[in-house]
Design a protein around this ligand. Structure first.
Ligand SMILES: Nc1nc2c(ncn2[C@@H]2O[C@H](COP(=O)(O)OP(=O)(O)OP(=O)(O)O)[C@@H](O)[C@H]2O)c(=O)[nH]1
Ligand SMILES: [Zn+2]
Length: 365
């Protein structure tokens, strides 16, 4: 019997440590490293890392490296050598594109091609899952001392070989509770709450009426949009889509709307606002994600498929304009019998955004 945290719990702690600026230690078969999130890096911890007598790297995604004109020799990852005199401001200006246009000359940046990027890749996966900017300082530690170093400094120690596949999988969900919530759109509505085992945000299923599971269920996978859903932002079409979907389900007397807390196509609200700030500088929604170092869409729709399965739904009539959602459902074993278009909420502020989604992300007009 042990009370010690397991890998899932250790990773959840690591995410909250990184969000606070506390480093973590990754220990792999090929070596070990101290990891600090660039976004939450403090001057004193940078100084301590520079005092370790090791070469400090800044791990970036190849997307971010491309904007910085830095070579990525490791496929999806670039390992930028951090100059000995680098300050916190330097690290953050490489990580964060907000001042790229005002100060285009960050470099020249030297990226490493020798050695191995396994721990850098894992560090990036961790900071991304913490919804931070995808950039992390990686400082090599002697593998034999890694556990001792982590214990002496009170830092989380992560088994890198086990953590990498663990971060790829869909965290098991538990169904926490169901209760009635009469809506304007439909009085006979129940809300189900699902909680991932990995400590990340809960997700919700809004079930209207009693959909017949033997036939395709009218369904929508709605990704959280604080600005559109709650504030009535005119920059996107989320709020009107949410209301229209609930309205259609109400009229039909049955349907399931999954409210997936994957804000900003999975990058989190702070990063979405960074993307909006870049859009204010003239970049479109896809370019903004790339400049930040993200893919266009970082959502994991296996989550939606799993929630539908848990609700006993195997086939849907999916309310969407996004063919990728249909493909992801089919791949995850949910049959999409029909696509039901959802065209609402075009404004003069989101016209360009919707056109970009159609041109670059394959959305159907
Ligand atoms: N990163 C980023 N996310 C955005 C931006 N504008 C809106 N979003 C997010 O995009 C997501 C839109 O979700 P959905 O409406 O479910 O999905 P969709 O891919 O547009 O597909 P359908 O609406 O089903 O056609 C939400 O998570 C929003 O927060 C943006 O400019 N950048
Ligand atoms: Zn939105």
């Amino acid at each position: 019997m042990s009370f010690a945290p397991d890998l899932t719990e250790t990773l959840a702690r690591a995410r909250s440590d990184l969000r606070m600026g506390v480093p973590v230690v990754l220990a792999g078969p090929g070596g070990a490293a101290l990891v600090l999130a660039a976004e939450t890096l403090s001057a004193h911890r940078l100084a301590a890392a520079q005092g370790l007598d090791a070469e400090v790297d800044l791990a970036l995604t190849a997307r971010r490296a491309e904007t910085l004109k830095a070579r990525a020799y490791d496929g999806d990852v670039a390992r930028v050598a951090v100059p000995a005199a680098a300050t916190r401001a330097w690290v953050q200006s490489v990580a964060d594109p907000k001042d790229d246009l005002a100060q285009p000359m960050k470099g020249p940046l030297r990226t490493r091609r020798d050695g191995d990027a396994t721990l850098h890749r894992l560090a990036l996966a961790l900071v991304k899952s913490a919804r931070l900017l995808p950039a992390a300082l990686v400082v090599p530690l002697a593998a034999a001392d890694a556990a001792g170093f982590a214990a002496a400094e009170g830092l989380g120690l992560i088994d890198a070989a086990a953590a990498a596949p663990h971060l790829e999988r869909l965290s098991p969900l538990s169904h926490v509770v169901t209760a009635q919530v009469p809506l304007r759109a439909a009085e006979a509505t129940r809300l189900h709450i699902f909680r991932p085992e990995d400590g990340s945000e809960e997700h919700y299923a809004v079930e209207i009426g009693r959909p017949d599971r033997a036939a395709p269920v009218l369904a929508r996978l709605h990704s959280a949009c604080f600005t559109g859903d709650l504030l009535g932002s005119l920059k996107c079409d989320c709020g009107p889509q949410l209301n229209a979907a609930l309205g259609q389900m109400g009229e039909a007397g049955a349907g399931i709307l999954l409210y997936l807390n994957q804000e900003g196509r999975g990058i989190g609200l702070a990063n979405k606002m960074r993307a909006y700030a870049l859009q204010d500088q003239g970049f479109d929604t896809v370019e903004a994600n790339h400049r930040l170092g993200f893919e266009d869409d970082e959502r994991d729709f296996r989550l939606g498929a799993e929630m539908l399965r848990r609700l006993g739904v195997g086939q849907v009539r999916l309310l969407t304009n996004n063919p990728a959602k249909i493909a992801r459902m089919e791949e995850s074993g949910i049959a999409v019998a029909e696509r039901v278009p959802l065209k609402v909420g075009e404004t003069r502020f989101n016209h360009h955004y919707l056109a970009t989604k159609a041109r670059k992300s394959g959305h159907l007009l």
